[in-house]
Design a protein around this ligand. Sequence first.
Ligand code: SME
Length: 154
Amino acid sequence: MLANTILDGDAIVRALHGAFARDASRPELLQLAATKMREAGGPYTGVYMYMLHGDELVLEAFDGRPTEHIRIPVGTGLCGRAVAERRDINVGDVSQADGYLACSLETRSELVVLIRRHEEILGQIDIDSDELHGFDDAEEREVKKVADALAVLL
Ligand code: SME
């Protein structure tokens, strides 16, 4: 963990490995990741684990405010765009983002990090923040550690 990051990605990866060793199920691993990330506090307001099923992202676990977006087609919203463009998306100000799907009017910034196993996209970690520019590059790298661990364990 870098001194200036909020999230300790390595600690969450250790917790995921521990749960996996105790035979945690896929829903349990996804919920653990979401809960641990949100526990980091601001800027982690809401953490949503969307997994890819065909051409749709399906919300399989979350921690934070409930969302009406349970299923998101690939190509729709920031979440669907990340899959379509096969890249992580970090939006510092959602009011300026084309095609943004609002979950809460309080949300100011959003980070989407893909869960990839080699070339295959398994899903994504979608994080909403009530803070503008909630996630810098170092913060994003901590989230990616969690995504990369899930890619192996799921
Ligand atoms: N904001 C996302 C939708 C997911 S909810 O915010 C949890 C998007 O633009 O795809």
